[in-house]
Design a binder for this molecule. Structure first.
Ligand SMILES: *Cc1c(COP(=O)(O)O)cnc(C)c1O
Length: 414
């Protein structure tokens, strides 16, 4: 089980600040760097294009940025990884993994459900790969000599299903297993310690934590990080230094934020469980003994995201979204404030009907990202919205039809 503590969160990536004579994190916004000595410039450029983490001179900010590198060092320590590589977004990070593992013309094995756009990126064939969807217990059967990597997400978005990381790693053999650990953060789960090859975070979520940064990061071995840096140098999906600064600034409070919101989430789970308008509550470790044992083995707690299914389906769900006032009806998650959204209509809109069905993403499902507000205040807001949803007359302009089939922007090239 992972050991992550407050001291690490506060001090990681700040080890040299005293030596530098500063207290706050320095920010370097340079796009280019003076190169008095051409030989040093050439050697640095060669090293960085080959995927090295450091060089005597950064040369150009697409090759290396010291502020981003500082955040990467901190995140690597938090994940107990040799290295971490920052990207412009979580999706840019996943794209770099697909490119660096040379999945083009080959196959990715993945377990549904995963984040809607990750599902779409793999399934659409946009990057020239194919995908084989499977379940966590059948990964071994799905793998062939053409498998580039296995992708799992745990807890999964949006049903909070847990996937047995060590179990999937055992089945995968030599094939690298990538774990999207966005929902867990390194506070609750460290997949590399369970044998995963790479950990992916949408840093936009809990790592940033304040709803004002879009970024992604991958933690892995130095050898794999070099491949990711090569892709980043060539394709330019960079984490901006200002984003890296904001992320790094948020790391010292990560454990406090996650543990506080987690406490509130489990409180709300209890109250939702007893509510007559709700048929099912989704929260890690709740759906059966196997999931509960897995939670104990693999995580330090269930986290801050929950979902629930409304008996009256899409109609009621859209009314709840309209009726909340303290919570923000919006996509995304992991912010200091509470967000509520409808996966089938929003985050998982780009997933095929079959994918939504097999992933258990129904039309009455709402997902809640619990923030730092008082549990009683959140419950007052939510229970009032649930009551309003039951009492309000049906709005003829809202129907479940848009959930079916015809999302216009979905590209299918595979
Ligand atoms: C948001 C999210 C992503 C995508 O990250 P972006 O930063 O929005 O590109 C990937 N995986 C999960 C689990 C997410 O929640």
């Amino acid at each position: 089980m992972s050991s992550y503590n407050h001291t690490l969160g506060v001090h990681a990536g700040r080890e040299d600040l005293r030596e530098l004579g500063v207290h706050a994190l320095p920010v370097d916004l340079s796009t280019t760097y003076p190169l008095q000595d051409l030989g040093t410039g050439t050697a640095s450029l060669d090293a960085l294009v080959a995927g090295d983490a450091e060089a005597d001179n950064p040369v150009y900010a697409r090759l290396l940025n010291p502020t981003v590198a500082r955040f990467e060092k901190a995140l690597a320590r938090m994940e107990a990884a040799e290295a971490a590589v920052g990207f412009a977004s979580g999706m840019a990070a996943l794209t770099a993994i697909v490119l660096a593992t040379q999945a083009r013309g080959r196959e990715i094995v993945a377990v549904r459900p995963i984040y809607g756009t990750s599902d779409h990126l793999l399934d659409s064939g946009l990057l020239g790969n194919s995908v084989k969807w499977t379940t966590a217990d059948k990964v071994a059967d799905a793998i062939t000599s053409e498998t580039a990597f296995v992708l799992i997400e745990t807890p999964a978005n949006p049903t909070l299903e847990l996937v047995d990381i060590a179990g999937v790693v055992r089945q995968a053999g030599d094939v690298p297993v990538v774990v999207d650990s966005t929902f867990a953060t390194p506070v609750l789960q460290r997949p590399l310690e369970q044998g995963a090859a790479m950990v992916l975070h949408s840093a936009t979520k809990f790592l940033g934590g304040h709803g004002d940064v879009i970024a992604g990061v991958v933690a892995c071995s130095e050898a794999m990080a070099a491949g990711l840096r090569q892709v980043r140098v060539a394709t330019g999906a960079l984490m901006h230094p200002w984003a890296a600064y904001l992320l790094h600034r948020s790391l010292p409070t990560l454990k406090l934020r996650v543990e506080r919101a987690q406490q509130t989430a489990s409180d709300l789970v209890e109250r939702l469980q007893a509510h007559p308008a709700i048929t099912r509550v989704f929260y890690p470790g709740r759906s059966g003994d196997t999931q509960h044992r897995l939670l104990e083995r693999q995580m330090n707690g269930g986290g801050c995201i929950l979902a629930f299914e409304l008996a009256e389906g899409y109609e009621a769900a859209s009314k709840v979204m309209r009726s909340v006032s303290l919570m923000t009806p919006a996509v995304s998650l992991g912010s200091v404030d509470t967000l509520i959204q409808h996966p089938a209509g929003l985050t998982h809109r780009v997933v095929s009907d079959a994918g939504r069905e097999s992933g258990g993403i129904g039309s009455g499902l709402l997902r809640l990202s619990v923030g730092l507000e008082e549990a009683d205040d959140l419950w007052e807001d939510l229970s009032r919205a649930l009551t309003a949803a039951r009492q309000a007359p049906t709005d003829p302009s809202s129907c479940a039809a848009p959930l079916r089939g015809e999302c216009p922007s979905v590209l299918k090239t595979a």
